[in-house]
Design a protein around this ligand. Structure first.
Ligand code: F0G
Length: 458
């Protein structure tokens, strides 16, 4: 008999989590103005709000923290991390930042000016925020297959090369300081980009002399999918695949809180000394001196170790198989989810789940609230709230997909938790015809409203 699959780690420390009653949750979510960001973590039983900074560090990461060098300038922790970034990812120039959006802030300050165009594959919201904040425009060139949750395509994060080339021709290369490839593509469902697509993007960028930046938060999960799904890579190690991926980039921004399995941190990697010099000025203004940039020495040590562990096949296999385990359970129960399953999360298709609610009533948010009420599980809306208003017309933007994202923290929950999540969502699915009212906004911020928005029953 073939041995069943088991995790590639054992557990050395645990944290207690508490269940609550439906009555308690009804009061808490009302007090939170139906915005799950406003809940206290003790009010949540299983927290799937994000996989960002929520992972469990390993014994090796914790012990690396004890060796952190807290010197202001020239800390050994900085050099350790710089060497890891060079060896693993191939970037000569490196700037630490306190998280991913800080890396965007620094790099985009150096590269973007008003009126610029930044093509990419479904830019993440902070990426788009940093582009629009500078009065530039993000243009989504993701392949159409990404916007149909039922189409089974192995690389739904891919850029449509024709769309990309047309965008470049229409706006002229002079207006395009760089293009962004997000690996994996969070906003299209944690979907990977193929190596072939990275090569094709590189070829187009070379043709028009455009810089290529990878938004790399989940680069290791992307490499895992290349190994599993793309011909010619099955016998390569994750580290070899990662190395090749980054040969097609001129630079990268990184939120270390995801695939580097630390609770805080980010960085920029660059091949160009010229861009590095420009970005350095902004790093010092916004983040800190170049050898710490918003991170303590101990955190840089843990990050260097996390980059190494996060690019090991056994770890990634455990992680992505757990996400797929949840996806398969939900599929068995008939719950409509994005297929194939993403790397870091399962995305529930709220339009298919609640077909009778109008889009103006924020379907995915409504579903997120229902799942919380059902079992104290906190997911996050990736839909019209997140899509925000058009910066020019101020009209609500309604994206093609209304998704409820169930992001799985790394090395934190067991498959028993996955079973609870699946059954809770099944229960909501079984009573979906009783959900006849969605939500309405009563208060919102001018940009990135989803974090602080206040809602009420429609
Ligand atoms: N890029 C991608 C693809 C991301 O998913 C995120 C964060 C960032 C950049 C920004 O990084 O949070 O370190 O500043 N995503 C989190 C999420 C917040 O829940 O998906 P950050």
């Amino acid at each position: 008999m073939e041995l069943p699959f088991a995790e590639s780690y054992k557990i050395k420390m645990v944290e207690t989590i508490k269940k609550s009653t439906r009555e308690e949750r009804e009061q808490w979510i009302k007090d939170a103005k139906y915005n799950l960001f406003n809940l206290k973590s003790e009010q949540v039983f299983i927290d799937l709000l994000t996989d960002s900074g929520t992972g469990a560090m390993s014994d090796k990461q914790w012990s690396a923290m004890m060796l952190g060098d807290e010197s202001y300038a020239g800390a050994s922790s900085y050099y350790k991390l710089k060497d890891t970034v060079k060896d693993l990812l191939g970037f000569e120039y490196f700037l630490p930042t306190h998280q991913g959006r800080a890396a965007e802030n620094v790099l985009f300050s150096a590269l973007i000016k008003e009126g610029d165009i930044i093509p990419g594959n479904s830019h993440f919201d902070t990426t788009k925020g940093h582009i629009e904040f500078r009065k530039a425009k993000a243009i989504d060139c993701t392949i159409d297959e990404a916007f149909d949750t039922e189409v089974d395509h192995p690389f739904k994060g891919n850029i449509n090369i024709e769309k990309l080339e047309n965008t470049i021709k229409e706006h002229t290369p002079e207006k395009i300081p760089f293009l962004v490839v997000t690996v994996t593509c969070n906003s299209s469902g944690g979907q990977p980009v193929s190596m072939q697509n990275l090569k094709d993007v590189r070829a187009i960028a070379d043709k028009y002399g455009i810089t290529v930046i990878f938004d790399s938060a989940r680069f290791a999960e992307n490499a895992y999918f290349i190994k599993i799904r793309e011909k010619g890579y099955e016998n390569k190690t994750i580290k070899e695949i990662v190395k090749e991926m980054f040969t097609y980039a001129d630079g990268m921004t990184m939120s270390s809180k995801k695939d580097a399995i630390v609770n805080m941190g980010g960085f920029i990697g660059l091949k160009s000394e010229e861009i590095f010099k420009k970005a350095t000025v902004f790093n010092i203004i916004f983040e800190g001196y170049i050898t710490y940039g918003g991170m303590s020495g101990r955190d840089m040590n843990a990050l260097a170790q996390g980059l190494d562990e996060g690019t090991e096949f056994d770890y990634l296999n455990t992680r992505i198989k757990q996400v797929a385990y949840l996806g398969e359970k939900l599929t068995e129960f008939g719950v409509p989810v994005q297929k194939p399953f993403g790397g870091h999360a399962i995305f529930v298709d709220a339009k298919k789940f609640l077909p009778n609610l109008p889009k103006e009533e924020f379907l995915a948010q409504t579903l997120a609230v229902e799942l919380y009420l059902e079992a104290g599980i906190r997911g996050v809306e990736i839909g019209a709230l997140l899509a925000d208003r058009d910066p020019e017309t101020r009209e609500n933007r309604y994206p093609a997909l209304e998704l409820l994202r169930l992001a799985i923290p790394r090395r934190v929950y067991t498959n028993n938790h996955m079973d609870v999540i699946a059954v809770a969502l099944k229960n909501v699915f079984d009573r979906r015809s009783d959900i006849t009212k969605g939500l309405k906004i009563i208060n919102e911020a001018p940009i990135m409203r989803h974090f602080t928005v206040e809602l009420d029953k429609a």
